[in-house]
Design a protein. Structure first.
Length: 312
């Protein structure tokens, strides 16, 4: 079989080009720290890494949802804690107002104090979350949920349904409770159901003149103050219950967030095992291929000065 000088050159040249390609690719592995630069490098590993990355992305989406829920629920708890502090002041004021040794002027002063506490409570009921949305407006969170009419009556105009969010594959939670759920207790009597109506009722009772010791006025005052006090007490208990429910959800969110962080680390580890280079092996391959390439180039250069007859 005849072997020409040209075919010998071409064979060695192809060997050099092939080694050079492998050496350059080995350099890319080192430069990127990745051993899979394209699916063809490792089809099965590439497929496994893609599946893991999709799962990791899904986990990150839930982590973002949990962060939003955590922010909203934490803000809700802070506001409701302040609301109960205001309501406690109202309760203390009503207890003091029951002292019938006070005169009409004293009672009017207390009525003014209650009006100020009512205004504070309205402000808290119309609180916003960290994104500027009204916290207790439900699905109508772009407008204040509580408005005051010309008679001073507070009306709820927010949404009747909450804004929900998935914090896990099958777990959906409310970002916050609606104003109805928080400030309306579900009692049969309007005075005992609506904390704002309870305060208004107490204010009206304190405006009744008692200095003339009229028995009917005194009886009306006592009954009105009792109903108002019951409504305020109902509201305090209801808000405490809502805070407890929100706290349970918040604890669940925090637990899932911690789990999500652990999962993210697991995903990163598995993806790294598939995609990242073994530095010792990669450096060894790079050095070996570089040496092979230099040797092939040296041999080829020497061959250029030789013929087939000289190589015999």
């Amino acid at each position: 079989m005849r072997v020409s000088t040209n075919s010998m050159y071409q064979k060695n040249l192809n060997s050099i080009l092939d080694t050079n390609n492998k050496w350059q690719k080995s350099g890319l592995y080192l430069a990127t720290g990745k051993k899979i630069l394209s699916p063809s490098d490792d089809p099965m590993g590439s497929s496994q890494a893609l599946i893991l990355k999709q799962s990791q992305s899904r986990n990150n989406q839930f982590q973002a949802a949990r962060e939003s829920a955590n922010n909203s629920l934490s803000r809700q708890d802070t506001v409701l804690k302040e609301a109960n502090t205001v309501i406690q002041s109202i309760q203390e004021t009503l207890v003091y107002a029951g002292n019938e040794t006070l005169n009409d002027e004293n009672r009017l002063d207390l009525a003014n104090k209650l009006q100020g506490l009512k205004d504070q409570l309205i402000s808290l009921a119309n609180a916003k979350d960290t994104n500027g949305n009204y916290l207790f407006a439900g699905n109508k969170n772009d407008t204040p949920p509580f408005v005051v009419d010309e008679n001073g009556k507070v009306n709820y105009v927010g949404g009747s349904t909450t804004i929900n969010i998935f914090i896990d594959e099958t777990r959906e939670v409310s970002m916050s409770f609606t104003g109805e759920q928080i400030f309306m207790t579900g009692a049969n009597s309007a005075v005992e159901n609506d904390v704002f109506a309870s305060i208004d009722y107490a204010i009206e009772a304190l405006q009744i003149g008692l200095d003339d010791n009229d028995p009917n006025s005194i009886a009306q005052f006592r009954e009105s103050l009792s109903k108002a006090s019951q409504g305020v007490d109902n509201s305090f208990e209801n808000i405490s219950t809502v805070r407890s429910s929100g706290g349970n959800v918040l604890a669940e969110v925090e637990r899932l967030t911690a789990l999500g962080k652990t999962l993210d680390i697991d995903f990163e580890t598995q993806i790294s095992q598939i995609e990242d280079v073994d530095w010792y092996e990669a450096i060894s391959d790079y050095v070996m291929l570089q040496a092979n390439l230099q040797a092939a180039q040296y041999t080829f250069m020497n061959m250029q000065n030789m013929s087939l007859f000289q190589m015999k």
